[in-house]
Design a protein around this ligand. Sequence first.
Ligand SMILES: [Zn+2]
Length: 494
Amino acid sequence: MKKKRLFIGIVVVVCVIALCAFVLCSNNLATEENYCYYKQELFFNEQEHLLDGKQTVGFFNYTDVVLTQVCLHLYPNAFREGAKAKVVSLANQNKAYPNGLSYGNIAIESVSCGENYLTYEIGGEDENILIIEFGKELFPDESIEFEIGFSVSLANVNHRLGYGENTINLCNYYPILCVYENGGFVTDLYHSNGDPFYSKVANYEVEITYPSEYILASTGRQSTEQSNANKTTKMTANKIRDFAMVLSRKFNNRSDSFEGVQINYFYYGDKSADLTVETIKQVLAMNKKYGSYPYETLTVCEANFVHGGMEYPGLVLIADNLSDRDTYVNVVVHELCHQWWYGVVGNNQYAYGFLDEGLTDFNTALFYDEYPEYGWSSKEIFANAQKSYNNFVKIFGDVVTDFKTDMLKPLNKYTTENEYVYLSYVKGMLMFASLNDMLGEAKMTKCLKYYYNQYAFKEATPNDMVIAFCKASGKNLTSFFESWFNGSVVMGEF
Ligand SMILES: [Zn+2]
């Protein structure tokens, strides 16, 4: 995600129960490496702002332990009245809810498993987790398939999930499997800061029916059929970390391609759509040095969105209220660079937001060196970022007792949005910029290429990243990274 205008005149970031036995299934969708899979059949009710549907989940036990349950995130419940975890900070409330506060939620209507039974309950600290008990043991490398019936009520909010004046944003709308690691499922709450998400890649088949006046931007390859007043679009996408869609009556479309990747750009406010398509192609060309964009389609769309933009695999949202062209381009580049850092190389964005945001902002700064016609340079961006960061630390340090600049902390440990932005995006970017200065561009590219290939379609921790960079550079960078992570670093000049 990208939010907040900061230092260079362009935006910086600104992302019941039923008894049951269980069934082992052969999974059709889970092809290579036994990925989990999701099959959805959805119906969008425009009058009621409801998204109803059912989802078949194929869960492959990728852990090394016997499991008796799985947990799935219910992110739409963060939008319900009385939610403990707010979806936006007070400062952004009016911008997110221009028509006053509005609420939504997800109702789980059924969970079933063929002819057998299983049990389920809504849990978590904030009704944010669906817990499904198998009633039997699921051994490593075994699979289970179950079906969830659900209904999502959309709030009138300019957010990842919700309807606004121009678009209906259908992101984080479905129950998605929590990641199992270190002996349990990761069930962190939604948070108004950053992108509070963490998921593994999976294979998807999604079908949605909606009024034919709408145009659909989505992850994956589409095929659409018209029937009377409705359209039905089928989408497929494999090895992706999440799946998202945006509907609008106002979308214009530009299509293009780059080395086999189908590019779709949906817009309604952009007066320079052809130039935006060029920018998209430039990012694809620039980042090939780390590893080619691995999916068949790449879609960019404008949307009513409270922050600058938001990344999903194969689909990025760009806010329709950005102040100027430079900002617009910057957000497009930032969100597209996330396809490499978040999308393909995954990380826990709740626990280590700096890992994808810092690297994405560093990657974005390099874009301006590659394409000087935009009038910026990474040197200028890093120098301005450092000044801005130093000012922030001085001012924030004066008012907050015991202020620390360590980076290894989760979203809920930052006291303000500003603190999160400066430590994750700005300091994260400066860390990679400093390493770039130290190693030189050729070795830095080698490190990023190695990191990308080592963790493609997997999830990296900060420690994994450090080890990858040490191996690829042939240098012991442990102390370097440690000083940035723990806040003891003394920054040089850019
Ligand atoms: Zn971002």
